[in-house]
Design a protein around this ligand. Sequence first.
Ligand code: DGL
Length: 259
Amino acid sequence: MSSKAPIGVFDSGVGGLSVLRALRAELPHEDFVYLADSGFAPYGERGDAHVITRTRTVTERLLQEHQVKALVMACNTATAAAIDLMRAAYPHLPLVGVEPALKPAVALSKTRRIGVIGTRGTLGSAKVRALHESLKDQAEFILVPCDGLADAIQNDDASQIAELCARYMQALGSFGNEEGQIDTLVLGCTHYPFAQQQLAAHAGENVTMIETGEPVARQTRRLLQAADLLKAQGQGQVALLTTGSPQVLEAAARRWLGI
Ligand code: DGL
């Protein structure tokens, strides 16, 4: 494995670009191959078997065609369903996943009432249920699966995004800094940072939203360093691949990453 090889990053669509943004800031010399599996999306409402098959297929493609030196699963749904299997299948590949940031939310919340939004697949997964269980004594978590929201963001459908944000934020309850109100919202799907403004319109100014891009980028650096695979020089190239519409991915990359 060469330190000059690129890092593979994948998601079911454009959501993982929110993680890629943090990766590029943390690792400016690294090259990235980003794969949006939007031809087989959404992952969040399709069940584990589909997500596991797609994760394996995408990983094989990134390894065989691009010889990636590490893999970032920039998708909460894929991480929840498949990361244990992936670690067993690729024991020598530095592998980083994303999971809803419940623990950091406990550290930040003053009201101890925390909202968590994500896909049905993620929030119903054994991994997230176990995480939730382990933190139940420290805060109250309100989990709301947001069917359709990742898809609406993927399609850049402004009216659908607005409607779904209104519906799910209402389902979470009351936001604010008073006792009994939610003061911290965990964005448990990598698509959701791209709807942060619409979500904030319902949450109000004092609510903290937590996404996972930066900690994932720092963890990627740590793993590369430990494996002696950090690239010390270079401009940092990004290649964009998709199993769906290249126009959608290019437009999203231009808009959110300026590339
Ligand atoms: N972006 C993905 C995640 O973080 C899921 C979107 C989808 O349902 O495909 O869970």
